[in-house]
Design a protein around this ligand. Structure first.
Ligand code: ADP
Ligand code: MG
Length: 244
């Protein structure tokens, strides 16, 4: 479903990702963990070319893009396969919750306004925010805004959802609701999900696969059990225990 081959990213002199190779199956939920600065966001951003890799190849579904030969059209096609949820919600400030969710359906997918409204209403229900349908971002808490962001990502029919620390800028009491929404989405088993997170219990609960990134290298890859229960890698074991 998603394949990364020999991915390298340099920022000037600094090599931030070093020969990353990764295979992810359809509907798999993958948690990406590791110290700050290890390259987690960069890796996620390469998947939709928000960061241009220096070299390597990215395939999602039937689209394969070689970083050295990527055309605008390739990148556009790849982007249609993914939706991204950022740390800071990135909602349109001048639009209500429901308008935020409808916007990409209308402009990108060319769905009719009525249909978009009905899908958006269902999604708002799903993330527990039907009562906030006409609220502007400034009228919602961070957690509510992030749930609107997740509903918006679900609305565009992408196969892969990328989460970059979706709860790290939330007040602690708001984190639970957002994790719950992501958990429900994972349990539906429809979407392939890649989640950068520092929430170890959450990663342990939902991830089919956990990837530990350190200094731009995947230094460990395993199941939840292999990371949390019976970890053979001391460095990873120390990391996850320190975080929980
Ligand atoms: P993480 O998400 O794991 O904290 P990042 O992927 O954000 O790590 O960053 C990895 C490294 O790349 C860091 O050293 C960071 O300073 C550097 N970096 C990230 N983005 C840029 C950029 N646009 N230009 C230069 N250096 C960057
Ligand atoms: Mg990051």
């Amino acid at each position: 479903m998603l394949q990364i081959k020999h991915l390298n990213v340099n920022f000037g002199e600094k090599q931030v990702l070093k020969d990353i190779n990764l295979n992810i199956n359809k509907a798999e939920v993958v948690a990406l963990i590791g110290p700050s600065g290890s390259g987690k966001s960069t890796l996620l951003r390469c998947l939709n070319f928000l960061v241009n890799p220096t070299s390597g190849e990215i395939s999602i579904d039937n689209i394969t893009v070689d970083a050295k030969k990527a055309t605008k059209k390739d990148i556009f096609k790849l982007r249609q396969k993914t939706a991204m949820i950022f740390q800071n919600y990135n909602l349109f400030k001048n639009m209500t919750a429901i308008e935020n969710i409808m916007e990409p359906m209308i402009t990108v997918q060319k769905i009719s306004k009525n249909k978009a409204e009905s899908i958006a209403t269902d999604l708002l229900k799903k993330v527990g925010l039907l009562n906030n349908k006409d609220s502007y971002p400034s009228e919602m808490s961070g957690g509510q805004q992030q749930r609107v962001g997740i509903a918006r990502a679900m609305a565009v029919n992408s196969d892969v959802i990328l989460f970059d620390e979706p709860t790290s800028s939330l007040d602690p009491e708001l984190v639970g609701d957002v994790l719950e929404v992501i958990k429900n989405l994972a349990m539906e088993g429809q979407k392939t999900m890649l989640i950068v997170t520092h929430e170890m219990k959450f990663a342990k609960d939902i991830a089919d696969k956990i990837i530990f990134l350190e200094n731009g290298i995947i230094s460990f890859e395993g199941t939840s059990y292999e990371v949390f229960q019976e970890c053979k890698n001391q460095r990873v074991s120390n990391f996850v225990n320190k975080m929980t």
